[in-house]
Write a protein that binds this ligand. Sequence first.
Ligand code: CTP
Ligand code: MG
Length: 242
Amino acid sequence: MSYYALVPAAGSGSRMNDGLGSSAPKQYLPLADRPMVLHSLLTLARVPAVERVFLILAPDDTNWKLCDASAVGPKLTVLYCGGESRSLTVRNGLEAVAKVVAADDWILVHDAARPCITVAQVEALIQSDDGDSNFVGGLLAVPVADTLKRARVTNEAKPLSWWVGDTIPRDGLWQAQTPQMFRLSVLQEALARVPNVTDEASAIEAIGLHPRLVESDSMNLKVTYPCDRKLAEMILRSRLSS
Ligand code: CTP
Ligand code: MG
């Protein structure tokens, strides 16, 4: 049984748009001395159990060839088969890797936009497989710390106002992160049956299975907005200097 990482990196990063006209998708923006995408690739390749790291790019990607990825080493395979949505990128990637990955091998899907992942966190996910026959896979996640409000939108005021509708009890709520680890065949089947999902676990749940939650921390943030990039920069720099 083998472990493979699959990194979807075919997005456009529309929510990162800072209005300054920066052209590269967020995964190529500079972050702690290198393009963002390289951080995850370097970490995943450093996990001894991970045999290969598949990077899934948009078919028309022109930025990757400008990156020096030599430090990632020989585990890296680059595939230009990304799709219109994250889930389509993952599905296309799985189809491509199925030529070299066995049906019951484990695939760890990890967002290129989560550059602060650590080797220890990836290993904790891999080791969460306790051999129990009910284990279908798992994901890194963090218990929700804040009080959650559901907004009620009104159009009465200009500009658009947000008001509290109600409070959602946070007991038992976790924020899903990546990597998310499932067997190739199970993941392919789940995503074929439930294609419109924002993470792999949602598809697995929708076919009636229960992934394991592996506790992570909020430093494994997804860079979505410009302020997230600043936080990621601080986290990565603090590790470089320690
Ligand atoms: N992704 C992908 N293919 C897509 C869309 C997203 O591979 N068609 C990838 C992104 O590159 C990123 C990850 O999925 O690594 C998580 O997606 P998200 O943070 O939403 O990134 P974007 O879709 O690029 O950003 P936005 O939604 O703000 O446009
Ligand atoms: Mg997106």
